[in-house]
Design a protein around this ligand. Sequence first.
Ligand code: PG9
Length: 623
Amino acid sequence: MKKIKICFLWILLVAGNRTLYAQNDHFVSDHYHKEEYAITMRDGIQLHTVVYSPKDKTTSYPILMQRTPYSAGPYGEGKMKSSLGPSPFLMHDGYIFVYQDVRGRWMSEGQYDNMRPTLAETNDPKAIDESTDTFDTIEWLLENIEHHNGRVGLWGISYPGFYAAAALPRAHPNLVAVSPQAPIGDFYFDDFHHNGAYFLSYWIATAVFGYQKDNPVDTAWYEAVDPGTRDGYQFFMDMGSLKNADKYYGEDNFFWQQLKENPDYNEFWQKRSIIPHLTDIKPAVMVVGGWFDAEDLYGPLTIYKKIEKNNPETYNTLVMGPWSHGDWAREQGIQTVSSIYFGDSISTWYQKNVEQVFFNHFLKGPGDGETGLPEAYVFDTGKNEWTAFDEWPPKEAQRMDFYLGESKKLGNELPSGENYAEFVSDLENPVPYSQDIKLNFTPRKYMADDQRFAARRPDVLVFETDVLEEDLTLVGEITARLKVSTSETDADWVVKLIDVYPGNHPNHPYVQDGMDLGNYHLKVRSEVIRGRYRESFSDPKPFVPEQVTPVDFRLQDVYHTFKKGHKIQVQIQSTWFPLIDRNPQKYVENIFKADDGDFTNAVHKVYFSQEHPSSIEVQVLPR
Ligand code: PG9
């Protein structure tokens, strides 16, 4: 395990890179020639494909492709794909860049399918999935594009990250390097649901994307349909039950219909997960994600771990940085999420020292496993430094349990005596997920927001350690093990793990207006479970009123040092609005179809006694 700091040398280089980025538009026109093709798949469907080839024909180049539902262009001349274009390092290096509208999207023919299920073995030569479409595209490119060196790479962020991962099963032999970045792994645990709770904030994305071929992806939904307010909290409160959302969606918005008709983790969602198919992987893989990625955090971590488990011989690496969704692909000097500053030029450093090294090695260089990159480059969001691990999570990690206790205490000892804390979960006054809730596309920056406002609400239970006398570093997965009861028959449970800064913590120049870092409550990790799924995501069960019930669930990995002088805090609540929809708290068959009259307040209890202990299980790195 090697620790590295981003040295100030990079400040100088970044200055250079900024002009590098500024050249993008002219650089593309000056150095790349653009062609558009309709490539025929094995079942006769044609996919719109845009190819940018270097004008310098004196040498050959690898192909680096991205498959996307967000339009491959035509875009204007001189402008390669906008926010998800390649880094300027790769652009200057010289590649044949390819962008493709996936089946059924934009200028490609065929029927779109959300997270198209990966084919089971079949003898049907015309059977298709995203892997066969990628295979057929690569075959055509190798046959018809000149000056390639026979090697193909594939990458993409978010949904395009899913298409990169979906090409891994039965990959084309010339596909030698794949980088799924913030990939969707499973729509039931990424983006739209978190442990069964519906991410209402995604509701807008569904409307905007629409998943119809001609839906203008850049039409701001709340400009197209007057919501009557810009206040996201108020808009969703006024909406009431999810079934009232129909008036904003067209009946033909099949994505919304899919969400409404499949509230449980049923076969519809299960067959769309890429996770079970990550076996017999041949290409080299580099998975990239952000610790504060509000959309796809399950995907990168689960895809990396599954490939590692199923394919020990495959080159498979992980990069997890202090980023929200897709930050690493954008050049920005200062890396902050909410008011937390992580460093300068972190994305530029990654693009030059990690991503460019990975692709050049496998697409231009020796192509063996000796890239010089570590198994896992992981950023400590407490110390603001990268660590190179030789496995993730690190094998030296040790389990530690933090028990909830009386007087709001959080400690490593099993509590004694009988005790619990209770609160009224008032659905007319749900706990906001942030203090800044706009009616926007999706809340991409909330995951490092200050949580003081929540800690001071009567419907948020707070437990915290004494001031730490030495640093404590958490790595890997976290498990919440709660003992709860409710006066009603359904409930959501939200757990937030928080780093409480000292009252005199110094500020930095990038603190958001009006914010002060003294006593900042940094949300290191948070997660929710819809209580009906506590035993199974496929088989929901109501609660028995007032019966003490275990609710265990996973919070995604972290790498965070709680420094000496800080405190570790756990917050527990049952609403998180409008990040997730409100649970009626009265058990109904399908919450997407609940009536407004089904919503009822409830008294919830969390127990922390010897007989019914509640705890947070973490993994710590020995000092
Ligand atoms: N994973 C993100 C997303 C998927 C579907 C709808 C809305 C957002 C993304 O691709 O950005």
